[in-house]
Design a protein around this ligand. Sequence first.
Ligand SMILES: Cc1ncc(COP(=O)(O)O)c(C=O)c1O
Ligand SMILES: Nc1c(O)cccc1C(=O)C[C@H](N)C(=O)O
Length: 419
Amino acid sequence: MDRSDVVAELEKLARDRDSRDELAELRNRFTIPDGVSYLDGNSLGPPCRTTSAALTELVDRQWAPALIEAWERHDWWSAPRRVGDRIGRVLGAAEGQVVVGESTSVQIFNALTTGCRLAAGREVVLVDADHFPTDLYLSRSVTRLLGLRPLRVPMGDAVGALDEHGDEVAVVFCSAVDFRTGELADIPGVTEAAHRRGALVLWDLSHAAGLVPLELDTWQVDLAVGCTYKFLNGGPGAPAFLYVSHRHQDSADPVLTGWHGHRAPFGMDPEYQPAEGIDRFRIGTPQVLSMLALEHALAVFDEVTTVRLWEKCGELADFFRHCFAQLCGDLDLTIVTPADPARRGGHITVHAPEAARRWKALAERGVLGDLRNPDMLRFGLSPLVVRFSDVVRAVTELADISRTGAHLDDRFGGSGLMG
Ligand SMILES: Cc1ncc(COP(=O)(O)O)c(C=O)c1O
Ligand SMILES: Nc1c(O)cccc1C(=O)C[C@H](N)C(=O)O
């Protein structure tokens, strides 16, 4: 069979899978430009079609008429907790353990300092060596601030490192999904190993929340953070979330003691007294507009479970691998994401020399993937919006560009902000 027949067969297969996909209708809830295959929802989810109307309504019907009274009349005050509980349902967390606000970076600082204080007397923080850079920078900064010792280990070696340094480890701080390779960590296994040694765990769930079925309460996770602009589709700069298990809330002594975390915020007490429960982890005035846009985007999770989303993501990934084997097998491209569905997150990463050029050439053809310099192309498989036909198109274009050398054209050579 020649290549065009192979492509035609894969396209037919994709059409068939799309027509039988009971989640396909959910894609219509989101705005994606015509002609674009969006394979970067793992960096920034697309907007809901109704988000701009919801935001206009919020400004015109709440903020404008009620002004300062809107905090009470429209219950803006409770939004960090209310939206937190909504996210908690996606994380497998019972009410009262998740708060929303600030950026992921701030919440990482907040959570890591909290964990280290809870484990006072222990000196080592085990840090995932393959963490996203902000996690690495902040863990360096927090350990310096608190006089602790950071120990960077690859996620897969965390359990071994715990055996070696067990009694010294205060917190194990890992990413649930490796942002480069898309590998999914053994969250319950690492959590249990840490607890056996008396350490706490802090998970960065940015690449897992809204996709991977999570059971934070059942797994006895201590602390977790994550962004809400990827699979939760909250929008650029949407506020992050922080999970603190009920077990730790009353003994936790947060470093970021803002007035929204005070037991009586409007008492204007000159001395800080922590609020009860998760409210103690509030800091300052939250980003109300972004938070309510996020709340709006979370509605879709009332209609679909992460179990089903995860299943579809796995089917898309298997289909990607199938197309890749048929079309790219003889090219200078390799999939680095594990083949085992149980060890995969929400994106597939392809090792490719001159990845930036191929990424730009793909974008010019309407395939929006992602680049992690110098040699990784990421293809996000957000199951709410990605179709099997997007997958076959991405792999076909990647194969075509690589085979013809189209990416070597001068116009793909410059360097911009992201690559
Ligand atoms: C694992 C992880 N943590 C944190 C961040 C980002 O933190 P922030 O939202 O503060 O930019 C990202 C992505 O940008 C990420 O992938
Ligand atoms: N947070 C981002 C941003 O502010 C600009 C561009 C991309 C991002 C990302 O989310 C990157 C992403 N966390 C990653 O896994 O690489």
